[in-house]
Design a binder for this molecule. Structure first.
Ligand code: ADP
Length: 487
C-alpha cells in the first residue's frame, strides 16, 4: 500500500526523490499518539535511497541556483499559497501524526508554515544586497552564493513548522534540499512534497527520504556531496552528526535541547507569572524552549505557587482534536516511558511532587499529568536533564546573584523567561543570562528576523533572517582594484 488516507487526505508513504515516488523494500509502522490508531506503513530508507536523493538534489542544483532569488521566490510563494489553501488538511494531518492541538495547527502553526516560506523568499530578494565598500580605493563586493545540497534533519514536536524554518531559507538561498523527517512524524513532509510538485518546483530541488535516524539520517549526514547539515533535535544525536560531518568538514547548524529557567522576581505581577509559567506545559511540554525550571523569589514563593496551582488545575488534557483541550498526549510510548522514568527517579530520591507526577489514568494511553516538583535537590537529574514532557520544577532564591547562578547552572543555554514589575531590575538579570532567546514578561513571541538558537550545549549557530543565509549560502567577497582596466 503506497497511499494512506489520514484525516481526509491521501498521503503517499514512499520517499519523494527527483519529483517522483520511490519505494523501499522495508517499511516501518506509524501510529497516532492520540489513541494508538494505526496510520500506515512508511518507506524505511537507507543509504541507497539517500544516495539517490542526494544525486537528484546535486543534479538539480545548477539550474535552481541560477534561477536567482526572484525566480525562486515566485515558486516559494506558490508553495505558500498551496499551504494556505490546505491549512485544514495539514492541521488535521499533523494533529493525527504528532498529537499537538488541532486548534493551534489551524490558527498558528500552519499559517506560520506558509509565512516561513514567504519570509525567507522575500528576505533573499530584498535584503541580501550585494554589499560594496571601499578599502584604499579597492571595492569589496559581498555576495551570498548558493552552496549546494542541504541535508535537513528535523524532529517530531513541530514537524512541518520546524522543517520550513530550514526549507524556506535553504531553497531561497539557492540550495537544493534532502529532508529526513522524524520517524514518529513522517506524514506532513510527504504531503508538503505533493504541494511542491503542484507549485511547479523543479524535480530534484526538494527531496524527502523517510526512515530512521541511525539509517537514513546517518547515511545523509555522512554523504560527501552534502554542503550543509541543519539539524534540530537532541544533544546526543547532534554529537553523532558532528562526528559524521567531520570527515567531510560539512558545516553544521544545530538547534538542540534546553532546560530553560523561568525566573519570577519578587516584584513580579503574580497573575502574569502564573500565566506565563503554566504556558510552559504547552504541547505537553514537548517544546525545546520551555522554561521548565521555575525559579521564584522566596518572599513570594507561596503566593506564586498558590496561583500557579489554581491556574494549572484548570488545564484540560485530552484529545487534541477537541477545541476545549489545552494539552494532548506525548508523542510515543518510548518517549512516554522516558518521561515516566525521570519522574519515578525523582520520586525515588524523595522529590516533593505537589501536582501530577503520574500518567493520567482517566485518559490512559500516552497522557501524562502536568507535574510540578517543589525544591528538588540541587544538581539532581530532574533539574539538570531535559525531560521534554509536562514536568516543571520550582526552586526558590533569595538574591539576584543566586537567581542568575541557578539560571545559568546547567549545560544548556537555549532560552529564559523573566517576570518582573521593574524594567531596570529585569535588565540587570537578563544581561547576565546565557541564553539564545530571553522573554521578559512574555513567552514565545518570535520574529523571523531575529536570531534564534542556543548557547552552550543548546546549539551551534543561529537561524532567522541574515543568520539563516549566512549558513545556507557561501558568503563571498570579491575585491576589485581600481587599476588595470582597459575600458
Ligand atoms: P529524539 O530523541 O527526541 O527523538 P533525536 O535527536 O534523536 O530526538 O531525533 C531528531 C531527528 O534526528 C530525527 O529525524 C531522527 O531520525 C534524527 N536522527 C536520530 N539519530 C540520527 C543519526 N545518527 N544521524 C542522523 N539523524 C539522526
Amino acid at each position: 500500500m503506497t497511499t494512506i488516507h489520514v484525516a481526509g487526505a491521501d498521503i503517499d508513504t514512499r520517499h519523494f526523490i527527483n519529483g517522483t515516488r520511490v519505494s523501499s523494500e522495508q517499511t516501518f509502522i506509524n501510529t497516532s499518539p492520540i489513541d494508538g490508531t494505526f496510520l500506515g506503513e512508511i518507506a524505511r530508507g537507507g543509504k541507497a535511497e539517500v544516495d539517490q536523493a542526494v544525486a537528484a538534489a546535486k543534479a538539480a542544483f545548477p539550474q535552481w541556483s541560477a534561477l536567482g532569488p526572484q525566480g525562486r521566490g515566485e515558486i516559494l510563494h506558490r508553495i505558500a499559497d498551496l499551504v494556505e489553501a490546505n491549512i485544514e488538511t495539514l492541521a488535521n494531518l499533523e494533529t493525527m501524526d504528532n498529537g499537538s492541538l488541532l486548534r493551534s495547527h489551524r490558527r498558528g502553526v500552519m499559517p506560520r508554515v506558509a509565512h516561513n516560506l514567504r519570509f525567507f523568499a522575500d528576505w533573499a530578494i530584498n535584503e541580501l544586497h550585494h554589499e560594496v565598500f571601499e578599502t584604499r580605493g579597492h571595492s569589496n563586493n559581498i555576495s551570498w552564493d548558493p552552496s549546494g545540497v542541504a541535508a535537513l534533519i528535523t524532529p517530531w514536536n513541530a514537524p512541518l513548522m520546524l522543517a520550513t524554518w530550514k526549507i524556506g531559507p535553504a531553497l531561497a538561498a539557492g540550495d537544493t534540499v534532502v529532508l529526513k523527517p522524524a520517524e514518529w512524524t513522517p506524514l506532513s513532509a510527504s504531503y508538503f512534497a505533493d504541494l511542491c510538485t503542484q507549485a511547479g518546483l523543479p524535480n530534484g530541488v526538494f527531496n524527502v527520504v523517510q526512515g530512521f535516524g541511525r539509517e537514513a539520517g546517518a547515511a545523509l549526514t555522512a554523504h560527501p556531496d552534502i554542503a550543509r547539515i541543519s539539524f534540530t533535535g537532541s544533544v546526543p544525536t547532534a554529537k553523532v552528526i558532528a562526528h559524521a560531518a567531520a570527515d567531510n568538514l560539512t558545516p553544521c547548524s544545530f538547534e538542540l535541547g534546553g532546560k530553560s529557567p523561568a525566573i519570577v522576581l519578587a516584584d513580579a505581577d503574580l497573575d502574569l507569572a502564573a500565566e506565563l509559567t503554566v504556558e510552559q506545559y504547552d504541547n505537553a511540554g514537548q517544546v525545546c524552549l520551555s522554561g521548565t525550571r521555575i525559579l521564584v523569589h522566596e518572599d513570594i514563593a507561596d503566593a506564586f505557587a498558590a496561583k500557579f496551582i489554581e491556574r494549572a488545575s484548570k488545564i484540560k488534557q485530552g484529545d487534541p482534536r477537541d477545541p476545549e483541550t489545552d494539552i494532548g498526549p506525548q508523542i510515543h510510548q518510548v518517549h512516554f516511558d522516558r518521561i515516566s522514568g525521570f519522574v519515578q527517579r525523582a520520586k525515588d530520591e524523595g522529590a516533593n511532587i505537589i501536582m501530577g507526577g503520574s500518567p493520567n489514568t482517566n485518559l490512559g494511553g500516552l497522557y501524562f499529568n502536568p507535574t510540578l516538583i517543589k525544591n528538588p535537590a540541587p544538581g539532581s537529574e530532574i533539574v539538570t536533564a531535559e525531560v521534554f514532557g509536562p514536568v516543571l520544577t520550582m526552586q526558590t532564591f533569595s538574591t539576584d546573584e543566586e537567581a542568575i547562578a541557578m539560571a545559568n547552572g546547567t549545560e544548556f543555554g537555549l532560552a529564559a523567561v523573566v517576570v518582573s514589575g521593574n524594567r531596570a531590575h529585569a535588565d540587570a538579570i537578563t544581561k547576565h543570562l546565557v541564553a539564545g532567546t530571553i522573554w521578559v514578561n512574555c513567552f514565545f513571541v518570535r520574529d523571523l528576523k531575529a536570531p534564534f538558537g542556543g548557547s552552550k550545549k543548546s546549539g551551534v549557530g543561529r537561524e532567522g533572517g541574515t543568520w539563516s543565509f549566512d549558513f545556507y549560502a557561501d558568503v563571498k567577497n570579491t575585491v576589485v582594484s581600481p587599476n588595470g582596466w582597459k575600458e
